[in-house]
Design a protein around this ligand. Sequence first.
Ligand code: MG
Length: 374
Amino acid sequence: MSDQSANLPPESLWLAPYAMHSSNSIGREHPESMHPYRTPFQRDRDRIVHSSAYRRLAHKTQVFIGEKGDYHRTRLTHTLEVASIARTVGRVLRLNEDLIEALALMHDLGHPPFGHAGEDVLDACARAAGGFNHNRHAVRIVTLLESRYPEFPGLNLSGELLSGQRNRVKDEHSPSPQPLLEVQVVDAADSIAYDSHDADDALELGLLEWGELLKVPLWREAVHRVKDQYAALSQTQLRRAVIHQLIEIMVSDLINSGRRRMVDASIDSPQAVMGHRSRLVTVSDSLQVQMAELEKLLFDHVYRHPTVLAERALAVEALREMYTLYSEQPASLPDVWRQRLDTDGAVRTVCDFLAGMTDRYALEEHRRNLSPTR
Ligand code: MG
């Protein structure tokens, strides 16, 4: 069923032998005929872009909760940065860029409002029903909760999209088999994107001092390279140039390290990728250490900054109160959710309902239902 369309040049003209070719796709749960001019993975990407979960990423927290002006990243702009970095890497390595883009645009669909703080609340509330995990929830959204097509529930994505996303959950426990290179690229691009943009956002918001970042060798290296290139920059110009340089350093290292590992291991097919003892497209060991230093600084100074924690505490409390309200009165859920109570049970249904909310909608709902006088 997944023969390529006659209207497109064959992917084998430009994809490497170790790339995932859509003609070898395991296909979709509900079989569909080929589209006349889009590859299966292009269709997957388009379905994700047209989903409501994707649009809601615009109003979900990446790190900083919405009311701090409009400079900092949201879940949507983070997602687009990941897709942009991952496609660059994928094109150089001659991987399947359509699959990469679809995986990148899907990777954070399962985030509830208020980022990881929101995830922790839902995980605790849903303990009895197996907890809540944003990576697992993304699979639930694309296989079940999105309702757009008359023929099937969810988006009926290609199997490679689902196994790629499931791997993000499984990866926490078991190392093999390795995911496709396209999945590995998106994971690496995710880290590159947040390491750089969280530093940028934190500086802009005044949560992090330039001097603190200079203690991190990777940041110093990027500053050094920028100053070699430009004689006099304002502090803002310098900061932006350093962020670009930082991404450049990490992406170049990722491409070179990935390429070297594939040559060393004579990788010539997706099967060889999956059977390899470790991931192939990751940054070098030395850059890994440097990125960990930057991440530690971000963790200590930004993610645990008193302002960020205080903001989260309020958001978390609002989410917890709403969970309690709807679990005690499931009949007050909107129709579409109430209909799921019999099949999914109250815990999961309330969790799904809350997880779908944007930050803004969650705060409005809370004000309307639980603190009308506030
Ligand atoms: Mg991400």
